[in-house]
Design a protein. Structure first.
Length: 300
């Protein structure tokens, strides 16, 4: 493990220990009446998002290989699972809360860096060096894992190759105040990142398999999400934010196929949309488990 990856992982673990104490205090140092409300998944996620996620996203553009990104992703998802006490598949957990995959977040950072060095901050020394190296991008001697090469690949991935060759300001960015243009450009990239995220999901979990029996937790989950994947994937699922916090955690654990809530993957779902709570029906050897739509609590 290189020093940069080790440092990021150490920061994530340190931040997790901090918010783990806060989460423990919320669960056990409050009254029984307000305990479930204060320990809702959205509240715990917001604390995690403010304290842990920035350490993972801060220097992604300097990580050159997928192995390093996977190391950071593992530490990140482990911290979120332990905070929520919801040990489900990482892809499902991040998708429910709208946390962008690190590879797509890295592409956004590389494109934003290209924008800063070619348009908004052209007078700094790093920008001059970047433009000089970018002229030799097509040379055979140019390093394959250089930041210029990965920036060009990120533009191609987001279908913004023209912006890499001929840098320019998008209209929605040019209309904002100069001090807000970097943030506006980051918001400009979100629809492109969401579109690539959609393609990844449909490629890895094709819709043609939805009519087949579920052979695992991931396949069963995407039967729920299939009809509502056109929504903005950067936002948490609406059922987390729109429903009472008294029943969201139980519904969240069942919906995300948590190992503690669902002991077997042999089940199916009805009325499954991302915009409303689902009604799962699970078969196992002792009977069935149904999640009430009104209370969100499992009834054996």
């Amino acid at each position: 493990m290189d020093p940069a990856t080790q440092h990021i992982k150490k920061k994530i673990n340190w931040a997790y220990l901090t918010i783990a104490a806060v989460a423990h205090s919320i669960r056990h140092d409050s009254s029984l009446r307000s305990r479930t409300t204060r320990s809702s998944p959205l509240l715990l996620f917001r604390i995690w998002q403010a304290c842990v996620l920035p350490f993972a996203n801060q220097n992604l553009r300097y990580l050159r290989t997928p192995t390093k990104l996977q190391t950071i992703l593992t530490a990140l998802t482990n911290s979120l699972q332990r905070i929520l006490r919801n040990y489900t598949i990482a892809e499902i957990l991040l998708l429910e809360f709208g946390v962008t995959p690190l590879r797509r977040q890295q592409a956004c950072q590389l494109i934003s860096l290209h924008y800063r060095y070619t348009i908004s901050h052209t007078n700094v020394i790093a920008a001059h060096l970047y433009r000089i190296r970018h002229q030799f991008l097509l040379s055979n001697s140019h390093p394959h894992q250089s930041i210029e090469t990965r920036t060009a690949d990120a533009h191609t991935l987001f279908s913004l190759k023209g912006m890499c060759i001929n840098p320019h300001k998008p209209p929605q960015v040019a209309q904002t105040k100069p001090r807000n243009r970097n943030k506006a450009f980051a918001n400009f990239l979100k629809p492109f990142a969401s579109a690539v995220w959609h393609k990844d999901i449909h490629r890895n979990q094709p819709a043609s398999q939805d009519n087949l029996p579920s052979n695992g937790r991931t396949r069963a989950y995407f039967k729920i999400m299939r009809d509502s994947l056109k929504t903005n994937l950067f936002l948490p699922s609406p059922f987390i934010t729109h429903h009472s916090a008294l029943n969201v955690m139980s519904l969240f654990r069942i919906r995300t196929q948590s190992h503690g809530a669902i002991p077997t993957p042999c089940y199916h779902f009805k009325h499954s949309h991302r915009d409303q709570p689902s009604v799962p029906v699970m078969h196992h050897q002792h009977g069935w488990l149904r999640n009430s739509r009104n209370t969100g609590l499992p009834l054996l």
